[in-house]
Design a protein around this ligand. Sequence first.
Ligand code: FES
Ligand code: FES
Length: 153
Amino acid sequence: MIELNINGTARSVDADPSTPLLWALRDTLKMTGTKFGCGIAQCGACTVLVDGMAVRSCQQPIEGLVGSEITTIEGASGPVAEALHAAWIEHQVPQCGYCQSGQLMSATALLTDTPTPTDADIDAAMSGNICRCATYMRIRAAIHAASEKLGAA
Ligand code: FES
Ligand code: FES
């Protein structure tokens, strides 16, 4: 049994310590907001925050995450996450939606560290999140919009 802090709550995960976090989230804890895409750190669909940093949960064994604060899309809250969620709706970003929880987690990490990102900052931070529907321009616009809203608040 591994004890993890997920979205501010202590969760006991009955799985082998080498199990990737993505499997623990989806299969053991039934938290399916975090998506499985490639399983090899190439698509970003499984992105969550670990101590505020965007990480690929398909490549993070749970034994290495004891004592860390894990945030999934289900627990994404606070001014940055809320501004992004509103901008995502305003700019109608999602198409099929499959990649979007990972996109939002990467965008949350970006705006938390870099409140007024340039296009280059956005491209660099989001480059590991693949969208097969090619919503990249809308994502960029929504991140700028959220940044402006947060700056004006
Ligand atoms: S499922 Fe983790 S990066 Fe693709
Ligand atoms: S919205 Fe379909 S994969 Fe990104």
